[in-house]
Write a protein that binds this ligand. Structure first.
Ligand code: F0G
Length: 460
């Protein structure tokens, strides 16, 4: 008999989580103004809000924490992180930052000006926020296939190179500070970018004299998909694939809370000493001195170790097979989601389930609330609330997809939890036609409203 798959770790420390009753959840959700970000974590049984900073560190990472060097300048931990970045990603220069958006803030302070154009594959919301905050424009060049959830394509994170070239050729190069390639592409469903596509982007960037930046939060998961799906990479190690990926980039921003498996941290990786010099000033102003930039020494040590573990095949296989396991169950129950499953999450197609709820009443948010009410599971809306208003017209933007993201924290839940999530979704799916109305906004912030928005239930 062929042996079944099993995780490449065993568990050394556990944390208790609590179940609740439907009555309790109804009360809590109302008190949270139907915004899942406003719930207390103790009111959540299985938390799939994000895979960011919510993973379990390894014994080796905790050991590295104990020998962190907390010196203000020139800490050993800084040099450990520098070595890891050089060895794994190939960057000669780097700046530590407290998380990914801080890296964006520092780098874009150097590069992005009012009126600029920043093409890429579905920019993440903080990335877009930092571009739009500077009165520049993010242009989405993701391939059209990404907008069709049922369509199987191995690299739905790819950029449409024709679309990209049109953007590059129709604006002066001074107006395009960089092309951003997000690996994997969170917004389009944790979907990977192929090596061939990265090579294509590099070629266009060279032709038009433009820099390439990788938004690297889930770069290792991207490398795993290249190994599994792209011709010619089956026999390469993840670390070899990662090295090639980054040979096509000029710089990178990183949220280490994902693929470096730490609870907090980030960095900017750079190949240019001149850029490092310019970014250094902003790093000191916004983040901290050059050799810690918003991180403790122990955190830099854990990050260095996490980068190494996060780029090991066995770890990635365990991680992504769990996401696929949940995907299989949902498929069995007929729940529609972005196919094939992404690296870090399942993106359930809320429009296909609650298409009868008016889009102005926020279909994906409605579905996310129903899942919480059903079983205390917290997902997140990737739909019209997140898409926010157009910065110029202030009209609501309604994206092509209304999704509920179920992000799976790394090394945190077991497949029994996956079974509960799938069963809860099945129940919601089966009673979908009894859900007639969604929510209306009663209070919202001028930018990135989804974190703090207050909603009211629209009654029948
Ligand atoms: N880029 C991508 C692709 C991301 O997914 C995130 C964060 C960031 C940048 C910003 O990094 O949070 O460290 O400041 N994504 C989290 C999520 C929040 O839930 O997907 P950060």
């Amino acid at each position: 008999m062929e042996l079944p798959f099993a995780e490449s770790f065993k568990i050394k420390m556990v944390e208790t989580i609590k179940r609740s009753t439907r009555e309790e959840r109804e009360q809590w959700l109302k008190e949270a103004n139907y915004n899942l970000f406003s719930l207390k974590s103790d009111q959540v049984f299985i938390d799939l809000l994000t895979d960011s900073g919510t993973g379990a560190m390894s014994d080796k990472q905790w050991a590295a924490m104990m020998v962190g060097d907390e010196s203000y300048a020139g800490a050993r931990s800084y040099y450990n992180m520098k070595d890891a970045l050089k060895n794994i990603l190939g960057f000669d220069y780097f700046l530590p930052t407290h998380q990914g958006r801080a890296a964006e803030n520092v780098l874009f302070s150097v590069l992005v000006k009012e009126g600029d154009i920043v093409p890429g594959n579905s920019h993440f919301d903080t990335t877009k926020g930092h571009i739009e905050f500077r009165k520049a424009k993010a242009i989405d060049c993701t391939i059209e296939e990404a907008n069709h959830t049922e369509l199987i394509h191995p690299f739905k994170g790819n950029l449409d190179l024709e679309k990209l070239e049109k953007v590059l050729s129709s604006h002066p190069k001074e107006k395009i500070p960089m092309i951003i390639v997000t690996v994997t592409c969170n917004t389009s469903g944790g979907q990977p970018v192929s090596m061939e596509n990265m090579r294509g982007v590099r070629k266009l960037a060279d032709k038009y004299g433009i820099k390439v930046c990788y938004d690297s939060a889930r770069f290792a998961e991207n490398a795993y998909f290249i190994k599994m799906r792209e011709e010619g990479y089956q026999n390469k190690t993840i670390k070899e694939i990662v090295k090639e990926m980054y040979s096509y980039a000029d710089m990178a921003t990183m949220s280490s809370k994902k693929d470096a498996i730490v609870n907090m941290g980030g960095f900017i990786g750079m190949k240019s000493a001149e850029l490092w010099q310019k970014a250094s000033t902003y790093n000191i102003m916004f983040e901290g001195f050059l050799t810690y930039g918003g991180m403790s020494g122990r955190d830099m040590n854990a990050l260095a170790q996490g980068l190494d573990e996060g780029t090991e095949f066995e770890y990635l296989e365990t991680r992504i097979k769990q996401v696929e396991y949940l995907g299989e169950k949902l498929r069995e129950y007929g729940v529609p989601f972005q196919q094939p499953v992404g690296g870090h999450a399942i993106f359930v197609d809320a429009r296909k389930i609650l298409g009868h709820v008016p889009k102005e009443e926020f279909q994906a948010q409605t579905l996310a609330c129903e899942l919480y009410l059903e079983a205390g599971i917290r997902g997140v809306e990737i739909g019209a609330i997140l898409a926010d208003r157009d910065p110029e017209t202030r009209e609501n933007r309604y994206p092509d997809l209304e999704l509920v993201r179920l992000a799976i924290p790394r090394r945190t839940y077991t497949n029994n939890h996956m079974d509960v999530i799938a069963a809860a979704f099945k129940n919601v799916y089966e009673r979908r036609n009894s859900i007639k109305h969604g929510y209306k906004i009663v209070e919202e912030a001028p930018i990135m409203r989804h974190f703090t928005v207050k909603l009211e239930k629209i009654e029948d």
